[in-house]
Design a protein around this ligand. Structure first.
Ligand SMILES: NC(=O)c1ccc[n+]([C@@H]2O[C@H](COP(=O)([O-])OP(=O)(O)OC[C@H]3O[C@@H](n4cnc5c(N)ncnc54)[C@H](O)[C@@H]3O)[C@@H](O)[C@H]2O)c1
Length: 439
């Protein structure tokens, strides 16, 4: 099939590349000229393992191309995916749908034969209907379900494992309102049927809600174990063993039960908030998710106090080596990363920051500007530092040379917000070691 992907960010680029690898013919469109230029020159604008090779192979095979020109992509497409950003709207936390609606308007003017328009962006219930209305308004001669269809196909990929998640998903969810759309969605994902990937085909609003329900549930799981970690610290229990003890119960499952500094990233913070607002609007408040949002915000901020306490209660004149700036490993994405709350709070308390991240340095520069020092590696960050803080659990930090660390630090203090080392081992090595929810 011929696919146009509108928006070539983390989701659009990965989805476009994977669809082309399935054998579809894909054009990825973006308004960002620089991004498209780089892609046309074989450069991948984001860090995502395996993406380089996948894009290169499919471009070579003539199945994948990039353009800023919507008119070159839309008229020939069988399916048009909208994969633009849906950030939090400033002030009220609702999803900002202006990019989605703008894309819908632009697409409408270019439609020719029957085409399916699919929202892959995470969008609140009712957005598909609104997109359909926009197209009917722009093209009164077009009838929904006959000349075009609007479907929902939320994306569940995780940055850092995005290709694997797209190609071997736990399930594909599609929300359709007519037979034609149903058939096209099945055809698009037919290559996954050999793996017997479950396909949940439902109506549009249900599909839209599934995405928010999934993210809110996962954010709740993380927040739950974070609160258990706080309790563990008070009573001398070990949160990792609590997580194991409950996670082995098949009804609970062990994933997303790692205590840490609070969830961040490009999805959970904005999606939980958007769900809360949608639910309030429809007078069916999601009290659990409201609590999750509030607890998580408070938690990220409280991490700076934890670090200050580890430094003896005062950070004035102290240098803190921060390892890991991105919201999770294997991505360069800094959106809503816990480091964005923690580092400014440390600076406010008088600390100097020496930061390192294996892939996020360029993105970090955009956020922290000249307020921190950027280091070439973890040991460089530790030079002359008074204490070290691990914010992101990159593999590169899991087996640091601890003797060297001890030599570099003025005091052997490590605050490990991801529990990647064990307290006993660190004590043996002579560190004052602070982690999350462990005695
Ligand atoms: N990042 C993730 O892990 C992830 C996972 C699942 C779902 N999602 C959802 O997918 C959507 C996209 O997220 P992302 O992380 O890829 O965002 P992103 O910011 O990385 O990419 C969005 C891209 O859309 C482009 N764009 C905006 N308006 C456009 C237009 N009218 N025409 C062409 N291009 C346009 C922007 O220039 C940008 O490159 C969001 O709704 C997000 O919630 C993201």
């Amino acid at each position: 099939m011929r696919v146009a992907m509108i928006g070539t960010g983390y989701v659009g680029l990965v989805s476009g590349a994977c669809f082309s690898d399935f054998g579809h013919s894909v054009i990825c469109v973006d308004k960002d000229k620089d991004k498209i230029n780089r892609l046309q020159n074989g450069e991948i604008p984001i860090y995502e393992p395996g993406l380089n090779e996948l894009v290169e192979e499919n471009v070579k095979a003539d199945r994948l191309s990039f353009t800023t020109d919507l008119a070159a992509a839309v008229p020939n497409a069988d399916a048009i995916f909208i994969a633009v950003g849906t950030p939090s709207r400033r002030g009220d936390g609702f999803a900002d749908l202006s990019y989605v609606y703008a894309a819908a308007e632009e697409i409408a003017g270019l439609l020719q034969d029957y085409t399916i328009i699919v929202t892959k962006s995470t969008v609140p219930v009712g957005t598909g209907a609104e997109v359909e209305e926009i197209i009917t308004r722009e093209r009164p001669e077009f009838k929904a379900g006959v000349d075009f269809s609007v479907a929902s196909n939320p994306e569940f990929l995780r940055e850092g494992a995005a290709i694997e998640d797209f190609k071997r998903p736990d399930r594909v969810v599609a929300g359709v309102e007519d037979e034609k759309a149903h058939d096209v969605m099945r055809e698009l994902y037919r290559p996954l049927f050999i793996n017997e990937t479950p396909m949940v085909i439902t109506n549009r609003v249900t599909s839209e809600l599934i995405k928010y329900a999934a993210n809110a549930f996962l954010a709740t799981k993380i927040t739950f174990i974070n609160e258990m970690a706080d309790l563990c610290e008070k009573v001398g229990a070990n949160v990792q063993e609590v997580a194991k003890g409950i996670g082995l119960d098949g009804r609970i499952g062990g994933k997303f039960l790692h205590a840490g500094p609070g969830y961040g990233g490009s999805c959970f913070p904005k999606d939980t908030l958007a769900l809360v607002r949608t639910a309030q609007l429809h007078k069916a408040p999601t009290r659990i998710v409201e609590a999750v949002v509030e607890i998580n915000e408070r938690r990220k901020k409280a991490m700076a106090d934890r670090i200050k306490n580890a430094a003896g209660g005062n950070l004035k004149g102290k240098t803190v080596a921060v390892l890991g700036l991105t919201f999770k490993p294997n991505t360069d994405d800094m959106r809503d990363s816990p480091s964005l709350d923690i580092i400014p709070a440390l600076i406010k308390d008088g600390a100097e920051i020496r930061g390192h991240d294996p892939a996020g340095m360029d993105e970090a520069r955009k956020h922290f500007k000249d307020t921190i020092q950027y280091c070439d590696g973890p040991y460089h960050a530790l030079e002359g530092a008074d204490l070290a803080v691990i914010i992101t659990e990159w593999d590169a930090y899991r087996a640091l040379d601890l003797d060297r660390l001890k030599e570099l630090l003025s005091e052997p203090i490590i605050v490990d917000l991801r529990n990647i080392y064990t307290p006993d081992f660190m004590a043996e090595k002579g560190f004052k070691y602070y982690s999350i929810g462990r005695p």
